[in-house]
Ligand binder design. Structure first.
Ligand SMILES: *Cc1c(COP(=O)(O)O)cnc(C)c1O
Length: 377
């Protein structure tokens, strides 16, 4: 008998989601607007402490609308963290702009500020001032956001903060998702809270979030008929899904606590074996530990990342290699890249462990036992 599958990160409902969905049905607001959308936006704004938030159909849509408002057009350049999910960078291609990919640094596994400044200076010297920088808090781990902000300020380049994986993370007591000129959240099925699919764009500027709503609603001008002077998109969040989001907001802090406890559990049992954990880099950093991720040194453990991954799969435990950096992806390999192999090596040797907020201690112990068995045999 194989034991039950342990998933990498599965949805975890709190219980009140269905009440909010029921409200939508009983008021017949089965639409991409309504009380749940308004309520969810308010809850998010209060949580990350950013005054304006628009709920959208996905995090990818949020990044797309941020780029459009920063007037990124064909031929423009946008700098992005290479070590990420394609949702960060694909919207640059939607705009037919050129992604300029920047490597990570070993402390946080996120964008290296030194490589960023090098890239900015080199692009400017080639006559191409980047129109935006997109930085990511990968797996919830805060990037060196203060350093990156000051580089962006110095060269007057707007900053998009991709906090899709980092809702609930903090930097110096300030919430992830509150640092960018635009900040992006995602509520896809595997994220720390989910609406099944969804995202949000946040900003301190009311006009930007008003425009976000306008563009996300097919850019419909004020008229009794349908009048369009601008290219718009159908990117709003459904009032049903926003109901799930309102329920999930009530359990978000609990999810963060559980994921941090998972991380502590693994850390206490695997560090001495030689596993290196993605770790908070400075005093005020607090990761939501959306996914606990380890770096595997085969010379110390006697096993490669792939051997460990496959051994766990044999025990019905799902793990996953880290994100394959964009500069290594067939779709992106032609684009400029600044770095020296940090994210290449993380991709080669890194593994995400089961991290759901609904994992039992027994499941966590099963993961640890399977890892120990693999590396000690
Ligand atoms: C999930 C994710 C996105 C995109 O969000 P979707 O809601 O899936 O479109 C963007 N960036 C990162 C880093 C993500 O993990």
């Amino acid at each position: 008998m194989t034991e039950e599958r342990i998933w990498l990160s599965s949805p975890h409902m709190g219980g009140e989601e269905l009440d909010f969905i029921h409200d939508a049905f009983s008021t017949n607001w089965i639409a991409p607007l309504g009380a749940n959308v308004d309520g969810f936006e308010k809850d998010l704004a209060a949580y990350i402490k950013v005054p304006y938030v628009a709920a959208l159909s996905s995090g990818t849509a949020a990044i797309h609308l941020a780029l459009i408002q920063l007037s990124v057009k064909a031929g423009d350049e946008v700098i992005a963290q290479s070590f990420t999910f394609c949702g960060t960078t694909n919207p640059i291609l939607y705009q037919q702009a050129t992604p300029v990919l920047v490597d990570s640094e070993p402390d946080t596994w996120n964008m290296c500020p030194i490589a960023l400044e090098k890239a900015v200076l080199d692009r400017i010297s080639k006559g191409k001032r980047p129109k935006a920088v997109i930085v990511v808090h990968l797996y919830g781990m805060p990037c060196k956001i203060k350093e990156i902000q000051s580089i962006c300020n110095k060269y007057e380049i707007p900053l998009i903060e991709d906090a899709a994986e980092a809702l609930g993370s903090e930097i110096g007591g300030q919430m992830a998702g509150s640092f960018g000129d635009f900040s992006v959240l995602s509520f896809n099925g595997n994220k720390i809270i989910t609406t099944s699919g969804g995202g949000a764009l946040a900003s301190k500027r009311k006009d930007w979030i008003d425009t976000t709503r306008f563009l996300a609603t097919q850019a419909r001008d004020d008229a009794p008929h349908y009048e369009h002077a601008t290219l718009g998109y159908n990117y709003r969040m459904s009032n049903i899904l926003a109901g799930i989001g309102r329920g999930q907001m009530k359990v978000l802090d609990g999810h963060v606590a559980n994921r941090r406890a998972n991380n502590a559990f693994y850390r206490a049992r695997l560090t001495d074996l030689g596993f290196i954990f993605q770790s908070e880099n400075s005093e005020g950093d607090r990761s939501n530990y959306w996914l606990t991720s380890v770096f595997i040194q085969p010379e110390i453990l006697g096993k490669t990342r792939e051997e460990i991954r496959l051994a766990l799969w044999e025990s019905n435990i799902e793990t996953r290699p880290l994100w394959k950096p964009m500069h290594l992806q067939p779709l992106y390999k032609e684009f400029p890249y600044y770095g020296n192999g940090v994210s290449d090596e993380l991709f080669d040797k890194g593994l995400c462990l089961p991290s759901g907020s609904n994992l039992s201690e027994r499941s966590l112990q099963r993961v640890v036992d399977a890892i120990v068995k693999c590396v000690t045999k």
